[in-house]
Design a binder for this molecule. Sequence first.
Ligand SMILES: Nc1ncnc2c1ncn2[C@@H]1O[C@H](COP(=O)(O)OP(=O)(O)OP(=O)(O)O)[C@@H](O)[C@H]1O
Length: 222
Amino acid sequence: MIKLQDIVMRFGTTPVTIALNKITLNVDQNDWVTVLGASGSGKTTLLNIIGGILSPSSGIIQIDAVNLNDMEKADIQEYRRNKIGFIYQDFKLFNQYTVLENVMIPQLPYVKRKIIEDNGKSLLENVGLSHRINHFPTELSGGEKQRVAIARALLNNPDILLCDEPTGNLDSKNTEKIMQIIQKLHKTGITVIFVTHDNSLVENGNRILTMQDGMIKEYVGV
Ligand SMILES: Nc1ncnc2c1ncn2[C@@H]1O[C@H](COP(=O)(O)OP(=O)(O)OP(=O)(O)O)[C@@H](O)[C@H]1O
């Protein structure tokens, strides 16, 4: 389903940083790939390439047999909007908007407000935050913020959930809660790519990808 072939990602010119160096990788639908590796090994860059946020310097990226390299910018944006959900370590919520508005924002330009609002409320209910929809992110705990971010990531009913250390700022109780939510989603057929520094989380996935210096050190089944 996700196929990368000889992906190279370079940043800058003098000096050039090679963030990804000939990555070849297949991820099947409904895989859960845990991505490990030292700081700077290329994990976030890999997620950004799969999520269509970055376009590789060279190499082929195919999602469901569609070649992203050949797509116009607008089509890549549409791919991202239709297929991808992203969650981050620092939640990336807008403090000036309410919880419900934060969840609604990505689709406001594209879908009728009432539809997004109903969908957003139901997603917030699913993550146990119905009582918080009119609150602001600054009034929430880290675990609650991450649950808002998950609801937002699910608004487009994505096929692929890209997780960039989503539990990195959370205590063990909240980590467990977030992992349970992602596990439940995974059971619905979603593909999960999960970057973490926490080795205890690898048991959630069926594959482990270890990155080193922009290359794949190991890609194994659990
Ligand atoms: N926009 C950019 N411009 C220049 N260099 C970049 C850029 N993004 C990433 N890099 C470099 O590419 C390399 C890989 O970065 P990346 O963020 O993918 O690593 P990572 O494994 O996610 O690290 P961490 O665990 O610290 O988040 C690093 O050397 C980083 O400094």
